[in-house]
Design a protein around this ligand. Structure first.
Ligand code: LLP
Length: 418
């Protein structure tokens, strides 16, 4: 499942002792396993071998260059959501013909850059956006492929903030509008509207919501076929859940077994956009104990990482396993594991039974390879932590810790205040 394991009571990433890296790079930091990334990517590839899908890593989950390069080298494509992501993924030599671009608010600059780059297709989220892409494609004299992102109005049985496929959400196009667009596509001579896209949410642990959505899409494809509208691609989005705590998510193979019959029935080229499944358990966040505080009511383990570094617990009440890097014999008690930031929402674990560690001890917040570093901020004027990758017995800093100079870049006191 992942390559963070205890050997001789010490947490290792592949063959490297995590505390050795901590000594070298300081704390806090993110750490990724090259092997886990490859393993997770390969698991999806193997499970779906029969239909050979284009697997586009949703790089919003983790956009570290080393992570992107690892996956590009395995033949991954990329699901992007901004021109920044496009520029970044070009740096690792990604094949543009395996890049798909979703986002409800693509700007003119972004559309222009993506058309020029020759991406596979845009996942279009509204009629005005479609018209904008047609106008820009006309200006560039370059016919552009489009998949319409369908909103199937399906509940995804996940956290409300990461549900995307109901009509209460801003995403996708309702079926009626999509049908209308497809029937009127002559109006958009610079577009080849030949795909459908569906993404209903994230951290979905059972196949039922996916199947529900796919069935709706298949019915819709049936309607379109009757109307003589040809399609080439079906992009089934991402959303595969992983183990954070006691979830029992489907494996890639379970998912494939459940969904392949439906996908095969469409006869379309399948595109997938997994993010968390590939990166989530391929990363940890390492932080150091500063203080153990007891206010007579509650105990708090205060560490040097904060919600600015890892937001998921604060934002979604997300559960992350926490382990001491060195197995500890210290007495275990109930405590909150918290950061130094000026908010009660700054925590990594609540009411967790955990050893009473002491200053300088190191802990790891597990399963933080997806939506970890990418959601970090400079709140409280804190530099973002470094990112490190291990491959076998080697490790390297792949992004440096931000310095005070980095944080001050571009900031000045205006003349009228001087
Ligand atoms: N495709 C689209 C169009 C998406 O919007 C997303 C995620 C994905 C693919 C990848 O989904 P995944 O396979 O990673 O579930 N920050 C939240 C997750 C937000 C997901 C946004 N969209 C979290 O930390 O849980």
């Amino acid at each position: 499942m992942h390559d963070f394991k205890f050997k001789n009571n010490e947490l290792h990433c592949e063959s490297v002792k995590v505390s050795t890296i901590a000594k070298k790079v300081g704390t806090p930091f993110y750490l990724y396993s090259h092997h886990t990334l490859v393993d997770h990517f390969t698991k999806i590839q193997k499970a779906f071998k029969k239909i050979d899908p284009i697997i586009c890593f949703a790089m919003k989950a983790n956009d570290n260059l080393a992570v992107l390069k690892t996956l590009a080298d395995e033949g991954a494509g990329f699901d992007i959501v901004s021109v920044g992501e496009l520029k970044k993924v070009k740096k690792v030599g990604a094949d543009p013909k395996k890049i798909v671009f979703a986002s409800v608010g693509k700007t003119e600059e972004e559309i222009t850059a993506a058309i020029k780059a020759g991406i596979l297709f845009f996942n279009v989220e509204s009629l005005p956006e479609l018209e904008e892409i047609n106008a820009i494609a006309k200006k560039l004299k370059k016919k552009t492929q489009i998949a319409l992102r369908i909103n199937p109005d399906v509940e995804a049985a996940t956290h409300a903030k990461i549900t995307t496929g109901t009509l209460r959400n801003k995403f996708g196009i309702d079926l009626q509008t999509a049908r209308h667009i497809l029937n009127e596509q002559k109006k958009y001579p610079f577009l080849k509207i030949n795909g459908l896209h569906v993404h209903i949410g994230s951290q979905i642990t059972s196949s039922a919501p996916f199947i529900h959505a796919i069935k709706k899409v298949i019915d819709f494809i049936g309607v379109l076929q009757k109307e003589g509208i040809p399609l080439e691609y079906l992009d089934i989005g991402g959303g595969l859940g992983i183990v954070y705590h006691d979830e029992k998510p489907q494996t890639a193979q379970d998912f494939a077994n459940a969904i392949l019959p439906y996908l095969e029935k469409t006869g379309l080229k399948i595109v997938m956009e997994p993010g968390r499944f590939i990166a989530g358990n391929a990363g940890i966040f390492v932080t150091q104990v500063l203080y153990l505080k007891d206010n007579g009511f509650k105990k708090f383990l205060i560490v040097d990482g904060g919600m600015n570094d890892l937001l998921r617990p604060s934002l979604y009440d997300a559960y992350h396993d926490v382990v001491a890097l060195k197995k500890s014999n210290a007495k275990k008690v109930k405590m909150d594991i918290v950061g130094p930031i000026c908010e009660s929402g700054d925590f990594f674990a609540k009411d967790r039974i955990f050893p009473q560690l002491k200053k300088g001890d190191l802990i790891a917040v597990m399963s933080t390879g997806a939506y970890g570093y990418v959601m970090a901020s400079n709140y409280n004027v804190r530099g973002r932590p470094p990112e490190v990758m291990v491959r076998g017995n080697k490790y390297a800093i792949t992004k440096k810790r931000e310095t005070f100079q980095d944080l001050m870049r571009g900031e000045c006191i205006p003349e009228f205040l001087k």
